[in-house]
Ligand binder design. Sequence first.
Ligand code: CA
Length: 229
Amino acid sequence: MMKRILVVEDEAPIREMISLVLEQNGFDVAQAADIHSAQTRLTEPFPDLILLDWMLPGGSGIQFIKSIKREALTRQIPIVMLTARSEEDDRVNGLESGADDYVTKPFSPKELVARINAVLRRSSPVIEHELLSFNGLILDPSSHRVMADQQPLDMGPTEYKLLHFFMSHPERVYSREQLLNQVWGTNVYVEDRTVDVFIRRLRKSLEVGGYDKMLQTVRGSGYRFSTRF
Ligand code: CA
């Protein structure tokens, strides 16, 4: 399905240029010249991503991001900010308010499309029904079961979700914060330490076949699921 992008930019030539580039790259584009008209475009069908210029008439980008993140229907929509090179503080504020990435003007069409695709990839849900298998450890999403050497393992729903995420992204290190965002969701307030607790519980469940070794602590960085040890 075509991904829909809402482009919020007050300067018409830039907005048109971006829209053209995105359409040429297979996106469905909606345009808005200010925050008010952007807000009226936040209805069904919702955009898959919002490209938001930082300097807009009628309110700052931060207020708009906050209003998007406040609403349950829109808070999952990823936001990429467009900023000028001199607006470094705004970029930090934007990322802290919930933007997912930023692109600095002037940018090349290629860079813009690459950034957008990367953010869309990060925000799309894991394919739910693929059977995941590593060295005899099998997670079957269709039956919601985890087997270690053909023996079913017992685990709670959060441990299952955590393991599903790790097995879908093997050999990569994730920080506690990234795990919280991926497994618990970006708008849930959970302490970082919670991750450690669930990692411990998951390791305990995996001890049966000695698979706890696959769930590795990477000192100073976070955790990794790996078949190499
Ligand atoms: Ca502008």
